[in-house]
Write a new protein. Sequence first.
Length: 323
Amino acid sequence: MRILSGIQPSGTLHLGNYFGMMHRMINYQANNELFCFLVNYHALTTVFDAGLLRQQTFNAACDFLALGLDPDKSVFWVQSDVPEVTELTWLLSNVAGMGLLERSHSYKDKIAKGIPASHGLFAYPVLMAADILLFGGEKVPVGKDQKQHLEIARDIAIRFNGTYGETFIIPEPDIEEDVAVVPGIDGQKMSKSYGNTLEIFADEKSLRKKVMSIKTDSTPVDEPKPVKDNPLFDLYALFLDEKGRAELEERFLTPGLRYGDVKKELFGAIWEHFAPYRKERERLAADKQFVLAAMKKGAAKARAAAAPFLEKARRNVGLDYRN
Ligand code: TYM
């Protein structure tokens, strides 16, 4: 099965990205054909500092490689290294209905947050559809916030096939309920734009500080603590197996639990979980040539995989005027 997904290098990658997408992608790698990419064209819709975009793209590549993405086994690349995706975006644009795009929650949310309304921001889901269709992605692991974007991609693929004949595979979203919305330290969805993230590779001091500031309610120590809509419980549960979760729930429901103690444990759990990757992350960051060579190889593989899909799309819409 061809598993495909992308991530924006528009900030430092966090636990929402990790559990919602990265960790799941890396797990799929053993038994599937994995296509994974860093969407720097998409990041241009919100990042207007060239130096920052360069740096964050490189950092995101290091993060993925350190966490176990194998650039030989899988196809891992930077979106702009396969610029054919922008050509396909144009072909798709003509079957992407205005009404469909106008209903995009993500577009409306971004405008509400003060991001300048631009054509790029509006056309974002069309570029995302091109990302998926250009490589024949069958299953797309994402967090819940991308659900509508996936529906738009499917709609565009169906309309394209209906208008021009069978061209694209219709992709299926892959959202896992347990990690569909990882909460941030304030209880809202963890997101770079809310400033509530726990970063995967944060340094010890700032990670501890952030974990200690996770929002908790004022239930007295000698009363049972809620486990529902409690970001401390939900975040800790991410690092536990089923048995560990049941035990944690039992502890929350037993009077006497102190949130401060749980926060210290959670800090330890996060720090331990990423310990094996942290060293590798440091090594990669210092070996720029290795990382760049891996990305170059990935782009070549991605380009080869894209060629037949793009050629078919060009032919089916009638750009092959020489024939
Ligand atoms: P992005 O960069 O915002 O996020 C990357 C992935 O992380 C997931 N995610 C979360 N999952 C659970 N809880 C959270 N708090 C959380 N925060 C982020 C996102 O759902 C996503 O899966 N438009 C996409 C990138 C993209 C893409 C694609 C994805 C571009 N082209 C093609 C799939 C296929 C985005 O902005 O993700």
